[in-house]
Design a protein around this ligand. Structure first.
Ligand SMILES: [Zn+2]
Length: 63
């Protein structure tokens, strides 16, 4: 399940959280995206950052 770096192919370190006053929720009309906070994976090899949403939390979209 580990994310592979799109730039160099190394495995990425996952689970980085965005900090800030609740401004990181992503929204789109037509989707129930309450509490859908993105997380980031960082490639320790080349510095690439990938933003993703935890698969578990994707279930909240389907309400
Ligand atoms: Zn990389």
């Amino acid at each position: 399940m580990a994310r592979k770096c799109p730039q160099c192919g190394e495995l990425m370190e996952e689970g980085f959280k965005f900090t800030g006053a609740g401004g990181n929720v992503i929204r789109k009309k037509g989707f129930n995206m309450k509490s859908l906070y993105p997380e980031a994976a960082v490639c320790m090899h080349c510095g690439e950052i990938s933003i993703y949403v935890d698969a578990e939390k994707l279930d909240k979209l389907k309400d």
